[in-house]
Every structure is written in structure tokens, then in C-alpha cells.
Design a protein around this ligand. Structure first.
Ligand code: UD1
Ligand code: CA
Length: 453
């Protein structure tokens, strides 16, 4: 069956106390509504509709990557009102799945279970039984166990409030009936809203079969109303991701101290120490080891590379068997060939470091093409910026650069050259030359050191 998927995101979210729309707050580094859109996009034959209202411009701008039909609900009058605004865009047959933009951890597998039960004469409800059902709509059933209605918390009698089975809000209704039901909703209730949940009683009345499905876990249907709930779902997602990483063959020294804000792909026998943060898309090859307190963003790390503590890597490619850190900073467009070494307090940016080359201590290497087996002494700096433009430094294979060298770009150092420590290199150095570019030392014999009077 074809499916319309409506994601409700027009609500106010006052309890977030935020100038940003609630659904744009992030869980696992991704805005909640984007998570729901991404999950919805995996379902087959789906046409997405996104209902926006409060701070809707922000939501609309943020969701442009998804080809969703954005429907405005400028004056939100309830979930039924939201669906009514989408009604003109729904396909003639098929069914409509309603999701919430502030329920971010819903799983595709659960939605697929619902879809599998959908027919033109079936309404599928996602329900869950809660020890504390306060706040939710309650599921009414007759003696035979058939669902007859949903009663909202504020409209419920004492007996009804005792019911533990609640409406998660996620439901799948056949379009042929849905249009009729939506048209006959009223706002004659405790909140003066148009309740989408009123369609359940209509379905029962019309002889449409109402079936229920349960989610795999409670977090799937948990909504976010405030930042405490946001933090709780963040922890839940981080736990789930940590479990998946371990199941896929990574060792996490403490699964409660890793944060993946995006996508982390790990090879076999990866070891990740505590307090590491992964952002964007990060790929770790087999046997990669990551020390404590590292922050890796949009990068790929080759097999058997070791990254020591407190290293930052951003938008970079690292080869195999490299050795990085502690306290290294790889800035965007750094590329390390296999077996390269970047040591403590070294910053690189837009730099290619050739195979087996070493930049071990206290250096800045920017806008640089470096060959293989180069040894860069401590405190070496590429002077790549003249205040306006960036210039290139080229260092060929087997160059040895003495400590405390300044390479004033643009400049080239040819294969096998040696640079004396403390040099300021402003001119090209040819193959196998030794370049001295520092003041000569003069020694004075028996020099009378000043003495205090
Ligand atoms: C709703 C259900 C309730 C269910 C609960 C689950 C109704 C009438 N009640 O109640 O049975 O147990 O969710 O969390 O459906 N929204 C709009 N436009 C509106 C109103 C809401 O887009 O006019 C969006 C909100 O942004 C939110 C979602 O719909 O994402 C749910 O709205 P909310 O007011 O939180 O519904 P509840 O009262 O919690
Ligand atoms: Ca409400």
C-alpha cells in the first residue's frame, strides 16, 4: 500500500525555554525532526508531509534536504486540526501514518510492523502499557478486548484514568475513511482542541478493524517536552549506539562514556578509551586504538593507527599504522599517508604528510605537501600566511628539518636536503644540500659578566 507519512511539528514547546523550535534540538547530534524524517524516509512508497507552525520557518529551512511536503498550521488547534490541514494532499488510497517531530527514537522496524497490518479497512495503533500513564490518552477496550476509543487525560473519568495502556500518538489510518473522519471532528472537549484521537471511536463505529502494535522499547515512543527529557533520550540513544558498536566488534572501555553525534563505523578490534566524542561521519579501520578524551569529526582512520589521548581530528584522512598524539590537532584537509607520526602539540591544516614522515613535537604544518620519510624537528613552523594569502610549502622525500625551523612559504625543499636547526628558510633548497639560515655564533674569550654593585 502507498503511504502518506505526516510528521507533526507545529507545537509550541514552551517548556524548552528556547528561541529555537523544540524539534530542532538535537539528539545524538541530529535535530529530532531530522531523525524522524530520516526514519520515515526508509519506509517504502512513502510520501512525507511535515506540519509546521510555531517557529515554522526554522523547521522548514532545516528540513530542506528531505523532499517533504511542508504544510503550515499557523494557529495550532490540536492534532486533529493538524491532520485536517494535510488532508487535501493525501493520496486517494493507501494509508496515513502519523508521527511526532518530538518523538525522535521511533524505529523503522516498529513502523514496518504497523504497515504490515495496514488494509483499507484497518486502523493500526501503536500503544504501550505504562506504570505511570499520566498525561497520555488512554486506550478503551470492550469486554472482547476490541479497541473502542481513546480518551484524553483531561477528559477521562477516574475509572478511565486507571487504565495503563496508552496512546503513543503514532497511528496508521486508511485514507478512504480518514478523510471522512477528519471532516467530522469537533473541538467539544476539555481542551477545546480537535483531537486526532477522536477518529478511533469513529473507526469502531464504522466497523473498521482496530489493531494495536507495541514498540520494542519505551524510548521509541518517548517524547521531549523539556531539556530534562531531551537529556534522558540523549543518554538512551548513546547507550543503544554503544551496544551496537560493541556488538559489531569494538571494545569500549566504558560504554557510558562515549558520545556519537552522527555515524561511527568501526572495523574489527577497535578499542576506544573513555570520554571520546565522534561527530559527523567517522570511519575507524581494523585495530584502531583511540586514547581517552579524543574528539574526532568527519574523518577516516586507517587500520592499526593509534590515536593517543586528547587529540582533535577534523575533516581529515589518516592512513594505516599512523601514530598520532597525545595532544595533536589535525585541522581540515589534513591527509596522513601510512605510518606517518604526528606528536604532541602539533597542529596540521591542509597538509599532506607522506609515508613514514614524522612531525613529533610542537609544530605547525599548514598548506604543505610533504613527501615520505621526512623528519621534522621540534618547533618547526610553516609560515604560510602573509596576512592576505596562503602559500604552499613543499618538502620532498627524505628531507631532514632541524628543530626550530621556519619555512617561509612559498618555498620548496628538494629531496634529501637537510636544514640546520634554527633556520629561517626563505629560498628553495636543492637536492641533498645543507641549508643554514641563521646568524653565526660568535664566542668571546674571558668575557667580563656584569656584576651587581
Ligand atoms: C497526544 C495525544 C495523546 C497521546 C500523546 C502521546 C491527541 C489529542 N492526543 O497528546 O492521546 O497519548 O499525544 O504523546 O492527539 N501538534 C501539532 N499541531 C497541533 C497540536 C500538536 O503539530 O495543533 C504536534 C506537537 O508539536 C507534538 C504532537 O503534535 O509534536 C503532539 O502534541 P501534544 O500537544 O504534545 O499532544 P498531547 O496532548 O501530548
Ligand atoms: Ca495537548
Amino acid at each position: 500500500m502507498t503511504q502518506d507519512i505526516v510528521i507533526l511539528a507545529a507545537g509550541k514547546g514552551s517548556r524548552m525555554k528556547s528561541s529555537f523550535s523544540k524539534v530542532l534540538h538535537k539528539v545524538g547530534g541530529v535535530p529530532m525532526v531530522n531523525r524522524v524524517l530520516a526514519t520515515a524516509s526508509t519506509l517504502s512508497n512513502a510520501k512525507l508531509h511535515l506540519v509546521v507552525g510555531h517557529q515554522g520557518e526554522q523547521v522548514e529551512a532545516n528540513c530542506q534536504d528531505f523532499s517533504a511536503n511542508v504544510v503550515w498550521q499557523n494557529d495550532p488547534q490540536g492534532t486533529g486540526d493538524a491532520l485536517r490541514r494535510v488532508a487535501p494532499f493525501l493520496q486517494a488510497d493507501g494509508a496515513t501514518l502519523t508521527l511526532y517531530g518530538d518523538v525522535p527514537l521511533i524505529r523503522a522496524s516498529t513502523l514496518e510492523k504497523m504497515s504490515a497490518l495496514s488494509t483499507p479497512n484497518t486502523l493500526v495503533l501503536l500503544t504501550i502499557s505504562l506504570d505511570n500513564p499520566t498525561g497520555y490518552g488512554r486506550i478503551m477496550r470492550d469486554e472482547a478486548g476490541k479497541v473502542t476509543a481513546i480518551v484524553e487525560q483531561k477528559d477521562a473519568s477516574e475509572n478511565e484514568l486507571a487504565i495503563k495502556e496508552v496512546n503513543t500518538g503514532i497511528l496508521l489510518a486508511p485514507n478512504n475513511h480518514l478523510q471522512t473522519w477528519l471532516a467530522s471532528l469537533t473541538n467539544d472537549n476539555a481542551q477545546g482542541e480537535y483531537y486526532l484521537t477522536d477518529i478511533i471511536a469513529m473507526a469502531a463505529r464504522d466497523g473498521v478493524e482496530i489493531v494495536t502494535v507495541n514498540p520494542e522499547n519505551e524510548a521509541e515512543v518517548a517524547g521531549v517536552n523539556d531539556r530534562v527529557q531531551l537529556a534522558a533520550l540523549e543518554r538512551e540513544l548513546q547507550n543503544q549506539q554503544a551496544v551496537t558498536l560493541m556488538q559489531n566488534g569494538a571494545t569500549l572501555l566504558d560504554p557510558s562514556r562515549i558520545d556519537v553525534r552522527g555515524e561511527l563505523i568501526t572495523g574489527q578490534d577497535v578499542i576506544i578509551d573513555v570520554n571520546c566524542v565522534f561527530e559527523g561521519k567517522v570511519v575507524l579501520g581494523n585495530g584502531v586504538e583511540i586514547g581517552p578524551n579524543c574528539h574526532l569529526k568527519d574523518c577516516s582512520i586507517g587500520d592499526n593507527t593509534i590515536i593517543k589521548s586528547n587529540t582533535l581530528i577534523d575533516d581529515s584522512q589518516v592512513g594505516e599504522a599512523c601514530d598520532i598524539g597525545p595532544f595533536a590537532r589535525l585541522r581540515p584537509d589534513t591527509q596522513l599517508a601510512n605510518k606517518a607520526k604526528i606528536g604532541n602539540f602539533v597542529e596540521t591544516k591542509k597538509a599532506f604528510i607522506g609515508e613514514g614522515s614524522k612531525v613529533n613535537h610542537l609544530s605547525y604544518i599548514g598548506d604543505t605537501e610533504m613527501g615520505a620519510n621526512v623528519n621534522v624537528g621540534a618547533g618547526t613552523i610553516t609560515c604560510n600566511y602573509d596576512g592576505v594569502n596562503k602559500h604552499l610549502t613543499q618538502v620532498a622525500d627524505n628531507v631532514f628539518i632541524g628543530s626550530n625551523t621556519s619555512l617561509v612559504a612559498p618555498v620548496k625543499v628538494a629531496e634529501g636536503a637537510t636544514i640546520a636547526a634554527g633556520s629561517t628558510i626563505t629560498k628553495a633548497v636543492s637536492e641533498k644540500q645543507l641549508a643554514f639560515a641563521r646568524a653565526r655564533q660568535t664566542n668571546k674569550d674571558n668575557w667580563p659578566r656584569p656584576v651587581k654593585k
